[in-house]
Design a protein around this ligand. Structure first.
Ligand code: 4NP
Length: 151
């Protein structure tokens, strides 16, 4: 099972989601592959935002090695499930879908669990430090749920 996490810039939310899942794959020996991408091209080749790297490091997860890339149509061929961090990322990928099979791979990450009242992971890029920890916790809850119920 190959999972792609997608946000706008691929420097805050989706690399954190990739890092959390990668850590769980390694620690739990899960038969999964994870990658991440952004729908926008602004940050291609860059490492994650230093505030996100710092938040991850505090939780014992290294995401400093990740490099931003842009989502592309061939990702529909390469991945089984593609999780968007928010509605706008989802809409952007829907516009690139070629057929129903591509569309079926797409979902909002927070759609995985009914108890998430908000379905979009807030973008911490323009906010303060607390936003990054809140995003980490939200992502970890969703990823734990997916591991235990969806794969
Ligand atoms: P991300 O956050 O989508 O979680 O990586 C953002 C990063 C950069 C920008 C917007 C959101 N930006 O406009 O540069």
């Amino acid at each position: 099972m190959k999972i792609l996490m997608v946000c706008l810039g691929n420097i805050c939310r989706s690399p954190m989601a990739e890092g959390i899942l990668r850590d769980k794959i390694n620690k739990q020996g899960l038969d999964l592959f994870v990658d991440s991408a952004g729908t926008a091209a602004y940050h291609i080749g860059e490492a994650p935002d230093r505030r996100m790297i710092h938040t991850a490091a505090h939780k014992g997860i290294n995401i400093g090695d990740l490099k931003a890339r842009q989502f592309c149509v061939s990702d529909f061929d390469d991945f089984d499930r593609i999780y968007a961090m928010d509605q706008s990322n989802l809409d952007n990928m829907k516009m690139l879908a070629r057929n129903d099979e591509d569309l079926d791979k797409l979902d909002l990450l927070l759609n995985c669990k009914d108890s998430f009242s908000k379905k979009s992971v807030p973008d911490p890029y323009y906010g303060g430090g607390d936003g990054f920890v809140a995003v980490f916790n939200l992502l970890e809850e969703a990823i734990d749920y997916i591991i235990n119920n969806k794969v």
